[in-house]
Design a binder for this molecule. Structure first.
Ligand code: GCV
Length: 742
């Protein structure tokens, strides 16, 4: 028998204790990690509606706020407003509002204007909030100081309630009266959700609406989304992909969609659907979908009646026709006005609106023909039809003439429709702008678009006034944003990218807000008021579009991405020699699309005369759009004094260096934000920096191989450089006419 060794026994005992301690520590740490990542998921899902507890100074400032809330009137939307205020003030101020049915002393009072006026409260005479607008005012009612939120409709009261909460969360004073009205009637998001649950160009996980061909049983996230949308003034959501599955219009499916409408209704957000124009044939079993056939008109009428029977506040349809392989009126030699009006007339008795997309182009263009130009397509297709669309049709126009590139001029069609309603389509989901893997805050870009003065008839006519309907005095107009949120905790696939959804809503409400003001609101609401954190995130966001542009699409050449593949990696050669028309015509002599009236495709002629003058000449054309409008030799000298090729080198090295700077800037906020979110965002910036290096090397190598002109800073093209002959990355491909963009 082996004798027990006391020393060995002691060591064994100690080891066992260490092991037990280790297990306990690890499982405890695991719990903390699990807790904190669960907590940070909850924070991200709450987005800008976190209602974090405020510091004692701010709490003190709001100590005079009433402790009672009285809601005059009854509706689901008013109930949401009441609950939101109760929840928000409790979380931020620790103040539990008592819900009262009548006014007894100081109270927070919610109600439409007629109800408030009947209390004898004299509202300032000049206050006439428009539809959906609101008034936030102090007033004496029955001898007590009250805070009043009022509007023409319940939705306005809800918006006013969110505005009050936002002011409190951001530490703003409530002393001043607030009156706000939205800039335009249409403030919609579009979701490109497929019925199987996948989202086209969606980077935030599967659909919140659909799974396996059906509407999801659990629509909790849909309700949360509607609340987020309402908080920024969005009043409509198109729930399915514009590449619409006809099955979406089957009666059995409408019955399911009704549940989504029910989840959205308490937040004042109308739902709408994308419709395929061939539905009368595919769903209805007719032998035609000719818009001028009375049987087709009858089919749409019955379909609309059925939808409104189930969803009385249905918003309408969005239509993509004769584009990227979709069916359209061209099948019967009919016009887009014919196709739009037949559906619009079915919606009209119910107050519905038909959005017809101007994104119509031929994707089999002959690349060899130097006069061909996809940029001309929207104007060519729709300008001649101006005045032929019914009053409840809105032409939905992408901001630029190509397709959501990192920089494009504004679409000339905005100025080309005087007797037709229009709306601008902006892309919140970052298809060509880094797919949420790169930080790219798009509000500064959208601001440039909306503020661009088209000089219609030689008058000030910024795009925001054309699309709102203000300039041409149209009854409807506004903003549509392709949001594509998904089931991910942070909705869009990256926490910082939520600034784009917030920013879209705020601009649709008031395009005169500055990018700085918008990002400041968003940061404070989503991340609190820590000065270093606020400053750092704002700086990162505000510089991010220019940084992304500088390494992915300089001088207006479009995003130099793989257009026949993932729309993400660098792939400049894929744009050429195919029918898709995203050409930049780079060869050994020069680069850029000649779109001049004099020698090029004539696209510039679609703009009003003053804008033509800006773009037609090399002298006037801004550097950042040079290659969109002109074909120039690589040695062409820019207004900046650099030549084209040197600009491309410098811009890419600058952009990649800035992306590395992002990492350093973010590291400064360690300890100012919870560890889980700090690490998550840090990892994203580190990834982006590597990707920016890849972009720099591929694009610099490509332009060096084409031009043969080395970098004067010896980074590209000289034997001593890191990039002597240009590099390529796996997956970089040459385009072929037959490949459909992924
Ligand atoms: C929904 C681009 C996108 C497509 C999108 C299309 C559109 O081509 O790549 O995914 O399709 O625009 O806006 O209709």
């Amino acid at each position: 028998m082996r004798k027990a060794n006391p020393i060995r026994a002691r060591i064994k005992h100690s080891l066992r204790r260490i092991l037990i301690l280790l297990v306990i520590t690890l499982s405890f740490a695991g719990t903390i990690a699990a807790q904190s990542s669960a907590e940070s998921a909850t924070i991200e899902t709450a987005a800008w509606l976190r209602y974090e507890r405020l510091d004692s100074k701010t709490l003190h400032r709001h100590s005079q706020l009433p402790s009672n809330i009285v809601v005059l009137g009854k509706s689901a939307v008013l109930e949401s407003a009441e609950q939101e205020l109760v929840r928000g003030l409790d979380q931020m101020l620790g103040r539990k509002l008592a819900v009262k049915s009548s006014i007894q002393g100081k109270a927070l009072i919610l109600g439409t204007l007629d109800k408030i006026e009947s209390l004898g409260l004299a509202l300032p005479e000049f206050i006439t909030p428009g539809n959906d607008g609101f008034l936030l005012v102090h007033g004496r009612i029955h001898g007590a100081d009250c805070v009043v939120i009022t509007a023409r409709n319940d939705r306005g009261v809800l918006y006013g309630s969110f505005a009050l909460l936002s002011k409190i969360a951001r530490g703003e004073s409530l002393a001043k009266l607030v009156e706000q009205s939205p800039y335009a009637r249409v403030r919609w998001v579009n979701q490109w959700d497929n019925l199987d649950g996948k989202i086209e160009r969606g980077y935030g996980g599967p659909s919140i609406f659909f799974a396996n061909g059906k509407v999801r049983d659990d629509l909790t996230r849909a309700g949360q989304y509607a609340r987020l949308l309402a908080s920024i003034g969005i009043n409509g959501c198109t729930i399915n992909n514009v590449n619409a599955a006809p099955g979406a219009l089957e009666d059995s499916f409408i019955a399911q969609v009704r549940r989504i409408a029910d989840a959205f209704r308490p937040w004042g957000v109308q739902i709408s659907m994308s419709a395929d124009v061939s539905s009368p044939r595919i769903v209805g079993g007719l032998d035609t979908f000719d818009p001028l056939d009375p049987r087709v008109a009858e089919w749409w009428r019955k379909k609309a009646d059925e939808i409104y029977r189930q969803i009385p506040d249905f918003g309408g349809f969005v239509v993509k026709a004769d584009s990227e392989g979709r069916s359209g009126p061209s099948a019967y030699g009919r016009t887009h006005a014919d196709a739009a009006n037949v559906i619009a007339r079915a919606l009209e008795p119910h107050g519905g609106v038909l959005f017809y997309r101007a994104f119509v182009y031929n994707h089999h263009l002959d690349w060899h023909d130097l006069k061909n130009d996809r940029a001309k397509a929207a104007y060519d297709n729709f300008h001649a039809l101006d005045g032929e669309f019914d009053d409840n049709v809105v032409i939905q126009i992408k901001n630029g003439p190509i397709d959501f590139q990192v920089r494009e001029p504004v679409s000339p069609l905005f100025a080309g429709l005087r007797r037709t309603n229009e709306a601008i389509e902006l892309q919140i989901t970052q298809e060509y702008t880094g797919q949420q893997k790169h930080l790219c805050f798009l509000v500064p870009m959208w601001k440039e678009v909306l503020d661009f003065d088209m000089r219609v008839d030689g008058k000030s006519s910024p795009v925001k006034d054309l699309v709102s309907g203000g300039f041409f005095r149209r009854p409807i107009g506004g903003f549509a944003g392709v949001a594509n949120v998904g089931m991910d905790a942070n909705w869009v696939g990256s926490p910082l990218a939520m600034a784009n959804l917030y920013g879209f809503g705020r601009l649709a409400w008031d395009p005169n807000l500055s990018s700085e003001a918008i990002v400041d609101e968003w940061v404070r609401l989503s991340y609190g008021n820590d000065p270093l954190l606020v400053h750092t995130i704002e700086k990162l966001q505000l510089s991010s579009w220019h940084v992304y542009e500088s390494y992915s699409g300089p001088l207006g050449a479009g995003t130099l991405t793989n257009i026949t593949g993932n729309h993400y990696d660098p792939g400049p050669e894929s744009s050429e020699e195919n029918g898709w028309g995203q050409w930049h015509r780079a060869d050994h002599q020069g680069i850029g699309m000649d779109r001049t009236m004099k020698t090029g495709t004539g696209y510039i002629g679609q703009y009003p005369p003053e804008v033509q003058t800006t773009y037609e000449s090399l002298e006037n054309c801004p550097d950042n759009l040079l290659l969109f409008f002109h074909h120039v030799p690589y040695t062409h000298v820019l207004h900046s004094g650099k030549n084209v090729v040197q600009h491309v080198y410098d811009s890419h090295y600058y952009g990649a260096a800035q992306a590395h700077e992002f990492v350093a800037q973010w590291k400064a906020v360690a300890g100012h934000i919870d560890e889980a979110r700090y690490r998550d965002i840090l990892a994203r910036f580190e990834f982006q920096a590597k990707e920016a290096d890849k972009w720099r090397d591929v694009i610099c190598g490509w332009i060096y191989r084409l031009s043969g002109i080395p970098d004067n800073k010896r980074r590209v093209g000289s034997p001593a450089s890191k990039n002597p002959a240009g590099s390529t990355v796996p997956g970089e491909i040459r385009g072929t006419a037959s490949v459909k963009p992924a």
